[in-house]
Design a protein. Sequence first.
Length: 325
Amino acid sequence: MSDAAVTGGVFETVVPATLGGERVDRAVALLTGLPRSAVTQMVNEGRVAVDGERVDVRSRTLMIGQTLRVDIAPSVEDGPRADAAVAFSVVHEDPHLIVVDKPAGLVVHHGAGHSGGTLVDGLLSRFPDLTELAAAADGDPNRPGVVHRLDKGTSGLLVVARSPEAFSSLSRQLREHTAGRHYRALVAGLVEADAGVVDAPIGRSPRQPTRMAVTRSGRPARTAYTVVARYREPQEATLVEATLDTGRTHQVRVHLAAIGHPVFGDDRYRGTVPRPIATGTSLAPGRLFLHAYRLSLDHPEDGSRRTWESPLPPDLEAVLRLHGS
């Protein structure tokens, strides 16, 4: 079974008695040797079928005697590939690292539902030497040089390693929280305190596993925030600067929503807070008013502290103009 996972092709079998009543994602993982994350991606891409019917829900249970079919794409097709059509700005480049200003709407790397047109594909086109890093022992070969990421709907600065040594250095700085990552976010409502810290663990939501949440079983997470400006028209809103002490998935979004001030445009975490007026008139669907505007780190070559900044993009500036700023 493991050869199929490596060489590609189609895997097909009749569900044995030992897997009757088992979830389809777990069954496929057991039969093919693929990790559950890869199986989830294949389900999302419609590459798993039972009795000729596409599986849409990975938790679907199997019955003895059903025909299970899995289209296992060759690894070369699943991995990143150079794509000159991917648009992004490079703020800084040297033999050790690349600092990118990622536009909103661009996915950083391949994943469920995203098998091409990612930032990584664009980087491989502009910086072919990253292909060598993909084959190095450090990191994920499908994410060459990627040491952190930004959500699709978030814009701003992101650093990419260009050598194994830089990858180790940057990864360590992120892990030890010595790299500075600062965001500008417009949130719903008037934040009362001029500054504060949200110190609350983040993990998978027990009610909605596709979302993150503040939960006791989560990993430690700290977000410091400072109020930059408060607005009352056309609705109450606050512009804040958020600084990450840790780097959990959706951390800024989850923490600000947890204190009752979700990020504008964030339908996933806004809960019962009304949809902001400004996002309905100025921001594209899926666009968050969340911008990674400053990045500071110790350069892997000589340890010198470097800082880069990115101004708010025009679409976010337009929202602030609606609020009189």
